[in-house]
Design a protein. Structure first.
Length: 421
């Protein structure tokens, strides 16, 4: 969707969590709620360009989706008995009624209910997060597969199995009690941060900022349920601090700008102040966790007024702590950046060489490795690594950024051949 109708895509993406959650409340069926929302989106694509947006797009999509879902159930009625009418709809079908209820806690409860249903303990953790990303936030199978570092086919099977288990188990529609919420909280937090990361890595694409904002909003909703949970404070602080750099992360052509090259005057100081305050509040609880450590790393970047003022030594130590708390190839890869700043490119290369297998299809691994190889004058290997990064780039801007480094290597090689025939 391009051009004058870009606003439709943004509206549909932004409406998805609330609309699907409300439809799930009506139908008590994850698949039917998702199908009804998709049908409502198709109708929006047909009617909104000519008639303009409704007064409240979310309410419109809920109303149309609910009617579509009822029609679907009626078509199935020859084989499956219809539920009672009170499970299908409210007594009033006017859009105005839906709009009025959007401003209450009703829809907050709907979203949280859907989140915790997707993260039901009957499901394996990987299935919980995958189905929540697909159903609640509408990420595509390729997007989720990239986040999990698995194939699209494997991810598709994972989501299908999760939905089937939810339907078969008859997972309770009612919100879980306090103990159950606490047990599922970890999976919900992981899902929210994956949504944020997908938006963050999307760069300047239209849905990127919307996903980041949505993840932050869901984090705030959760914090309302768990106001004294330090890890949730850490997660929210981390997302707010990272999102504060959004206006400085890309140049006028859309190419990514490295952290050291960013214009720090463009950083959102209000968001930074909020993130720092939230992080400090979390740390006072004395129960450190992975999100708090990552927020502390983001805080060190936010507090540095200039690149040379960054405390890379402390960042290296924090990543070491994170490796012990939550071992991950990606954590080690991030730590390698700090190591390159404090101990040089050779030490960083030694740190990431064991990651070649686990991160064989990861764009950032090959990009960082290519830059480190360039610094150590291993040009042929650098050229190969950068070429692999270009092949794995998720956006044209990422590919163009790496292409600049590759072109610089080629230009230097030509210059050497000219000087030393």
């Amino acid at each position: 969707m391009t051009g004058d109708h870009d606003w439709i895509g943004l509206a549909l993406n932004g409406a998805r969590p609330r609309a699907v959650a409300a439809l799930y409340r009506y139908f008590r069926d994850v698949d039917l709620a998702e199908e009804a929302f998709q049908e409502a989106c198709l109708r929006a694509l047909r009617t909104w360009p000519d008639k303009g947006p409704p007064r409240d797009p979310v309410a419109w999509l809920i109303l149309v989706g609910r009617n579509t879902g009822v029609d679907t159930l009626r078509k199935r009625s020859r084989l499956v008995p219809l539920p009672s009418e009170d499970l299908l709809s409210d007594t009033e079908d006017a859009e105005t009624d839906v709009v009025e209820r959007l401003d209450t806690s009703h829809f907050r409860d709907d979203i949280l209910r859907l989140l915790f249903t997707c993260c039901h303990p009957d499901l394996p953790a990987t299935q919980q997060i995958a189905v929540a990303l697909r159903v609640v936030s509408g990420l595509s199978v390729p997007q989720i597969a990239r986040a999990f570092l698995v194939s699209e086919a494997a991810l598709e099977q994972r989501i299908t199995r999760a939905k089937a288990r939810i339907a078969k188990s008859g997972a309770s529609f009612e919100p879980p009690d306090a103990i159950e919420r606490a047990e599922r909280l970890g999976a919900v937090m992981v899902m929210i941060y994956l949504v944020f990361n997908e938006g963050y890595s999307a760069g300047q694409r239209a849905h990127g900022a919307a996903l980041c904002v949505e993840a932050i909003r869901l984090g705030r909703l959760l914090l309302g349920l768990f106001p004294s949970e330090p890890e949730l404070m850490g997660l929210l602080a981390l997302m707010v601090l990272q999102h504060s750099r959004r206006d400085a992360r890309f140049d006028a052509e859309g190419a990514p700008v490295l952290l050291d090259d960013q214009d720090r005057k463009l950083w959102d100081r209000v968001a930074i102040a909020e993130g720092l305050a939230m992080m400090d509040k979390a740390m006072r609880h004395g129960r450190p966790g992975p999100y708090q450590v990552q927020a502390a790393i983001a805080a060190l970047h936010a507090r540095a007024g200039a690149p040379e003022a960054t405390d890379w030594g402390q960042i290296d130590l924090l990543y070491g702590t994170l490796e012990r708390m939550q071992p991950s190839p990606v954590v080690t890869l991030n730590r390698a950046v700090a190591v390159s700043k404090t101990r040089g490119a050779i030490a960083a290369l030694e740190l990431i060489e064991p990651l070649a297998g686990p991160l064989a299809n990861y764009f950032y691994f090959h990009g960082l490795r290519g830059l480190l190889l360039t610094e150590t004058d291993r040009r042929d290997e650098a050229r190969e690594a950068l070429g692999r990064a270009i092949a794995l780039a998720g956006t044209p801007a990422e590919a163009a950024h790496i292409r600049k480094h590759l072109d610089a290597l080629d230009a230097e090689a030509r210059s050497r051949r000219f000087r030393y025939p």
